[in-house]
Design a protein around this ligand. Structure first.
Ligand code: NAD
Ligand code: WQD
Length: 341
């Protein structure tokens, strides 16, 4: 099976490409490298001793996409390519709608033109919005996310639903990721954010390696066990394996038509203080921190109900919080400047 992976040079994409190759799939990566490095692909090739067909390009470029589908026999698409910085999306919302929504539309149009109907979309826990109670269940109504970034994910999920109603061949899966962290156990590939990291673990790792002086904890007065926010952190390799499980499910479910959503999380919330403690224990590094004001748009606590993925996809997150910390540190300490060493 030949799988097109958009955004395959990115953080989750590169780990998924590695798992796909190790599971025997052929992979074509299409990425404009706006937030990633070709070096990630080279390292995946080395780790798997397999080759990846890489095409540099933008999902909004219809002609380039048409050429891609013409010259490759694509059976399924895993669609990671998107901009993902929540704060930035409020500053430049049109860029986010343009990239994430218009880009997805163009991709879906070209797929239909070439009779390709297997589509796995990178969605997010953010689609549940502010008002659904945790644990989040796939049957809950989609909410109103607190950022334009989150809105693009809801919009693409709605577009997939409408496409499936109009095209009886469409077979879509929305994977709603919770908080992926960690890195491949080799320490060769990992998360390489540009500039100041927005997300917790990359920031913690950069403090540990001496690139940042201290962590700001955004609020310690939330109604949670210790006052800091709680999230459902999962290992990026578990998440990557979730994509292989979803693809296998599509292959095994010949009769399936429509769209199915699956939460990919562990089912457990962990606070910011607990994350810092787990990182310190696993790595023997001290993480200085200060308490800062709450960050706009942060919800106090949310986590997944991941039963559906377990029952239907036979997938379950299996790596521990300690694995997530150890693997983050192995990647960060070996690559203090990410892929730009
Ligand atoms: P990332 O930024 O590392 O990867 C995204 C990749 O897409 C990058 O390689 C980037 O260069 C590429 N890209 C962006 N716009 C493109 C375009 N127009 N054309 C071609 N390539 C383009 O991000 P990630 O963390 O790996 O996230 C992957 C997907 O998962 C995204 O859709 C993101 O919204 C979603 N997601 C991420 C998280 C998370 O916490 N990391 C959580 C939920 C959902
Ligand atoms: C985790 C916790 C912060 C940084 C975001 C997106 C979500 C999804 C995953 C894509 C929060 C706290 C953070 C710091 C801190 N992405 N924090 N100091 O906000 O749960 O989710 O990424 O779909 O849509 O919103 O993840 O890693 O930014 O924050 O105290 O320097 O860490 O307040 O409680 P978040 P995060």
């Amino acid at each position: 099976m030949n799988v097109l992976v958009t955004g395959g040079a990115g953080y989750i994409g590169s780990h998924t490409v590695l798992c796909l190759l190790n599971s025997g799939y052929d992979v074509v990566v299409y990425d404009n490298l706006c937030n990633s490095s070709y070096e990630a692909i080279k390292r995946v090739e080395k780790l798997t001793a397999k080759t990846v067909k890489f095409v540099e390009g933008d999902i909004r470029e219809r002609l380039a996409l048409t050429e891609l589908f013409k010259t490759n026999n694509i059976d399924a698409v895993i669609h990671f390519a998107a901009l993902k910085a929540v704060g930035e999306s409020a500053q430049i919302p049109l860029d986010y709608y343009q990239n994430n929504v218009h880009g997805s539309l163009t991709l879906l149009e070209v797929m239909a033109e070439f009779d390709v109907h297997n589509f796995i979309f990178s969605s997010s826990a953010t689609v549940y919005g502010e008002h659904n109670p945790s644990p989040y269940l796939e049957t809950m109504p989609l909410g109103r996310p607190t950022s334009p970034y989150g809105t693009t994910k809801v919009m693409v999920e709605n577009i997939m639903d409408d496409v499936s109603k109009s095209n009886e061949k469409f077979r879509g899966i929305s994977l709603r990721y919770f908080n992926p962290i960690g890195a491949h156990e080799s320490g060769q590939i990992g998360e390489d954010p540009k500039g100041i990291p927005n997300n917790l673990l990359p920031f913690v790792a950069q403090v540990a390696v001496g690139k940042r002086a201290k962590l700001s904890i955004f609020g310690d007065d939330y109604p949670t066990t210790d006052g800091s926010c709680e999230r459902d952190y999962l290992h990026v390799m578990d998440l990557a394996e979730g994509h292989v499980a979803a693809l296998t499910w599509l292959q095994d479910s010949a009769q399936f038509r429509g769209v199915e959503a699956f939460n990919l999380g562990t089912g457990t919330g962990t606070s910011v203080f607990k994350i810092i403690n787990a990182f310190e224990v696993a790595t023997n590094k001290n993480i200085p921190f200060e308490i800062s004001p709450r960050r706009d748009g942060d919800l106090p606590a949310f986590w997944a109900n991941a039963d559906k993925a377990k029952t239907a996809l036979n997938w379950q997150a299996k790596r521990s919080l300690e694995d997530m910390m150890t693997d983050t540190w192995r990647w960060q300490s070996a690559n203090p400047n990410g892929y730009n060493n």
